[in-house]
Design a protein around this ligand. Structure first.
Ligand code: ZN
Length: 244
């Protein structure tokens, strides 16, 4: 099994402990996401120590005000980098001015195109601008921690991948599970977004990659599929998406 989106550098417990516990739970591969320059270096150091850990590097929309695109370009050269991101727009938290967010997002889409890497999208309360920014992008896209239902139809039309996190396991998240049902099997991904958004039964506790098994189980239930078969399908999708 694979956790396609975790922030190992942001977890309270040492990454090496979390990677080992994931392996014991059957989660052999983790894509760890670095969200700013200091986080890229920590993420790469973790990926260098573990065969099964890969890196995605980007400038998170929260970090857009002081995101250094040239430094990112250089960091993407590392052989364990498999994606650009997370990048996108967040008008909900609104930690950076919208024009800075859009500028840094566009620049990262260019980097993804230049390096032929897939891009991991974070979008919150910014559906229209996200769709507009991605309109001219010909590369491979995943909407991470899918939560904006109006984006489902355009995502499926444009052939994007859709990744579900622990919030899809929450009791009242019927709409997210319906969305998971609607995504074609070959476009579905699962993630923890550790240390955030722990799935049921660990809701409220710090999240970790081992917990992706709970999210996959909930997605399988929503799709009337066997959990082991869906896990194998998601693995195949992740290998294709990230070029593992
Ligand atoms: Zn994330």
């Amino acid at each position: 099994m694979i956790d396609t989106h975790a922030h190992l550098d942001a977890c309270a417990e040492p990454a090496d402990v979390l990677v080992e516990r994931a392996r014991e739970a059957g989660v052999e591969r983790i894509v760890s996401v670095g969200t700013k320059e200091s986080s890229w270096h920590e993420t790469l150091a973790i990926a260098e120590r573990h065969d099964g850990v890969f890196a995605a590097l980007g400038i998170h929309p929260h970090e857009a005000s002081d995101g250094d695109v040239d430094a990112l370009r250089a960091a993407l050269d590392h052989p364990k980098v498999v994606a650009v991101g997370e990048t996108g727009l967040d008008y909900f938290r609104d930690y950076a001015p919208h024009d800075a967010q859009r500028r840094v997002f566009d620049a990262q889409l260019e980097l993804a195109a230049d390096t032929r890497k897939p891009v991991i999208i974070h979008t919150r309360a910014a559906d229209e601008d996200t769709l507009a920014a991605l309109a001219g992008f010909g590369g491979t896209v995943v909407l991470h921690c899918f939560s904006s239902l109006p984006l489902l139809e355009p995502a499926l039309e444009r052939g994007w991948y859709v990744s579900f996190a622990g919030n899809a396991t929450y009791k009242n998240a019927h709409d997210l599970r319906s969305a998971a049902y609607a995504v074609p099997a070959e476009r579905l991904l699962a993630e923890t977004d550790s240390p955030y958004l722990a799935p049921v039964p660990g809701r409220g506790r710090p999240n970790e990659p081992a917990n992706v098994v709970h999210t996959v189980a909930a997605l399988a239930h929503a799709r009337n599929a066997a959990a082991d078969e869906l896990a194998a399908q998601i693995d195949e999708n992740a290998v294709r998406f990230f070029g593992l």
